[in-house]
Write a protein that binds this ligand. Structure first.
Ligand SMILES: [Zn+2]
Length: 423
């Protein structure tokens, strides 16, 4: 069959071994002794990873453009380059103790799609593009998802460039140092965006499913809660007379958990950090500060959880004679993905014979920002034990291959297959 015809293109499959080999090769840059990767954003290791991607993309026939926040766009021309590209991508920066697959998979799956089309001589009507978004992890520079955030207008370029790492180096300085400070200009239009990513959670593995059809990313509200009681000597102060801030905080930790447990399956609520003052073994704690992270797929539910949190704080404060202050510090609205693209992922997974289920993304991804300005969807594949942001992060080659085949089909369908050529 001539693979360059529309019917033939449906028979195309990506090369899973080549995808795996590219993942392993990229993972050598910043490899850690425990088998992970440490390649922080805008370091020289990040430059090496970027250079390797650019070299591979050029070899696959792409033109390269870098924007002012360092996002790389590798473009494969279409028959009609006046059409907005069908774009895929993710990030190649990692956590300090990161793995080989988080982000890297989405970038290299996109590259593998372009390589496959090149080998088969398939031309698309719209151009195709692989994006490498700058500083998704937010480990060296805050905010997270910086490159896609600037691109989608979530915050300004000037704000992002001015951020500094712990050593005082700014994003602007770091971009210049690695040679990835590109052209300023408005974001280009994207016709459709797909991002393949490891799930970073255990749901697909638990259900024995290969493809996660991601319907939405959870909205998030983050808080700093401060409980003000009174320090007193642990010996002489009788129990009924205490204003123990840690005891009140403990009650609230349990309440926070309950707020999500009453809203299963998608709600999440976490106290991840707790500071006790003065943190001394024979002093009743006078003050406790803790974080609360609430997540839900819908704004209404998230607001309900916010109300429940504030009510619990008021109740505990009244019961125990303490002051409790609740400050919201972060709000990410829930981001539904574009229904017809989500449906396309579902249909193509089924068409390829892969087991699939609908999931929500509990984590932030570049696709969440891109979805603010273009139709977008995500494709999840399982990772071993649901473990990510960890050097032992692992994934099955067959699952990575499956996700990449779904990506290939989804991108081809969105871009349109143009014409025959001598493949
Ligand atoms: Zn990621």
């Amino acid at each position: 069959m001539d693979l360059s015809t529309p019917a033939g293109a449906a028979a195309l499959r990506i090369d899973g071994a080549r995808l795996w080999q590219s993942l392993m090769e990229l993972a050598r840059i910043g490899a850690t002794p425990k088998g992970g990767v440490c390649r922080l954003a805008l370091t020289d290791l990040d430059r090496q990873g970027r250079d390797l991607f650019v070299q591979w993309a050029r070899a696959a026939g792409c033109s390269i453009r870098v924007d002012a926040i360092g996002n790389i766009f590798a473009r494969r021309a279409g028959m009609d380059d006046s059409l907005p590209p069908v774009t895929t991508g993710s990030h190649i920066d990692t956590q300090p103790t990161g793995g080989k697959f988080d982000g890297n998979y989405g970038v290299l799956a996109g590259l593998e799609v372009l390589r496959t089309l090149g080998d088969a001589g398939v031309r698309t009507r719209a151009p195709l593009e692989v994006a490498v978004w700058t500083n998704e992890e937010g480990s060296r520079f805050v905010p997270v998802m910086m490159g896609s955030g600037v691109f989608a207008g979530a915050f300004t370029l000037a704000h992002a460039l001015a951020q500094r790492d712990a050593q005082g180096t700014s994003v602007a300085e770091a971009l210049a140092a690695i040679g990835y400070a590109g052209e300023d200009g408005p974001a280009h239009a994207i016709g459709a965006y797909f991002e393949a990513h490891i799930e970073q959670g255990p749901v697909l593995e638990q259900h024995g499913c290969v493809i996660g059809v991601v319907s939405a990313a959870l909205g998030q509200r983050w808080y700093d809660v401060t409980v003000q009681g009174m320090e007193a000597h642990a010996g002489p102060t009788p129990m009924p007379l205490r204003r123990d801030a840690l005891l009140a905080a403990s009650a609230l930790v349990a309440e926070v958990n309950r707020i999500a447990m009453e809203r299963l399956p998608h709600a999440r609520a976490t106290v991840g950090s707790l500071e006790v003052f003065p943190n001394s073994r024979n002093v009743i704690p006078g003050r406790v500060r803790f974080s609360v992270d609430l997540r839900a797929p819908g704004d209404e539910q998230l607001l309900e959880m916010d109300t429940a949190l504030r009510a619990a704080c008021e109740r505990v404060a009244a019961e125990r004679g303490l002051a409790i202050d609740v400050q919201q510090v972060v709000y990410f609205p829930p981001q539904p993905f574009t229904p017809h693209l989500v449906e396309a992922v579902r249909t193509h997974a089924a068409g390829l014979g892969y087991s699939a289920m609908d999931v929500v993304s509990g984590a932030g991804h570049d696709a969440v920002y891109v979805a603010r300005m273009a139709p977008a969807a995500m494709i999840f594949v399982p990772c071993a034990g649901g473990v990510s942001h960890n050097e032992i992060e692992d994934a099955e080659p067959a699952h990575l291959e499956a996700g990449c085949n779904v990506l290939l089909r989804a991108m081809l369908a969105a871009a349109g297959v143009a014409q025959e050529s001598a493949a």
